[in-house]
Design a protein around this ligand. Structure first.
Ligand code: 5GP
Ligand code: ZN
Length: 112
């Protein structure tokens, strides 16, 4: 399968890592939209939020259990936003599930 984030998991495309364990990888977005912009992905290929099911949702729980520590370790002290774009209307550009962590500044009050 030709997937950019699977290639990042494999290490064939380099990334600046923020956190890694056997289930997930967190790395800095190449085109940051906030002073801190990290992507957290399951190592297993899941296409989007639409691909979450009862067989893989434990990974999603593990990711959300870890997000606060990833944000804190990255220096975020005053709140952050967690976003996942799912599908065309949301402008999902990489079809491997990822959660954006955005912080380090006062963010926009509206999401859309
Ligand atoms: P989406 O638009 O699918 O929600 O988010 C995809 C994100 O992946 C974008 O914020 C984009 O900047 C980031 N991205 C795309 N290619 C690369 C890459 O090769 N390395 C890293 N670190 N981020 C990438
Ligand atoms: Zn993938």
């Amino acid at each position: 399968m030709d997937c950019l984030f699977c290639a990042i998991v494999e290490g064939s495309i380099p990334s600046k890592k923020a956190y890694e364990d056997d289930k997930m990888l967190a790395f800095y977005d190449i085109n940051p939209q906030a002073p801190v912009h990290i992507l957290v992905i399951p190592k297993e290929h899941i296409s989007s939020v639409d691909g979450i099911n009862d067989e893989n949702s434990a990974i999603i729980a593990a990711i959300f259990e870890k997000i606060p520590a990833i944000a804190k370790e990255a220096g975020i002290t005053n709140g952050y936003r967690v976003v996942s774009n799912c599908g065309d209307d949301a402008h999902q550009t990489v079809k491997h599930l990822h959660f954006h962590i955005l912080g380090g500044q006062r963010l926009e009050g509206r999401m859309a």
